[in-house]
Design a protein around this ligand. Structure first.
Ligand code: CU
Length: 108
């Protein structure tokens, strides 16, 4: 009986997991001393991943301290999941002219 329940749970996980992942992950590239896209709108619960594609280190720092990465070397990533609606401005603390924003809206 326990084995039967375990199989049902695994099937349910397999059915729901890919849909959740597809809806909830967004990527921002750090490339050419800029965030791309510089402005991004996502729904609550979305995980945003920044990846450094430059040869120089960069950081991702929220203007309101909502999130803060350490220095990211080439190919390294930083992720943050947005759980509150709002407008989140951020910048690179090593090159403060590099700025971006994430707008978080309620789920439809
Ligand atoms: Cu930078």
């Amino acid at each position: 009986m326990m084995k039967y329940i375990a199989v049902i749970l695994l099937v349910l996980l397999a059915l729901t997991a890919p849909v959740f992942a597809a809806d909830s992950v967004q990527q921002v590239a750090i490339q050419g001393f800029a965030f791309n896209p510089p402005a991004l709108t996502v729904t609550v619960g979305t995980q945003v991943t920044w990846t450094n594609r430059d040869q120089d280190p960069h950081t991702v720092v929220s203007s309101t301290q909502a999130f803060r990465s350490g220095p990211l070397d080439t190919g390294e990533s930083f992720s943050f999941t947005f759980v509150e609606p709002g407008s989140y401005k951020y910048f690179c603390s090593l090159h403060p002219t590099m700025v971006g924003s994430i707008t978080v809206v309620p789920s439809p």
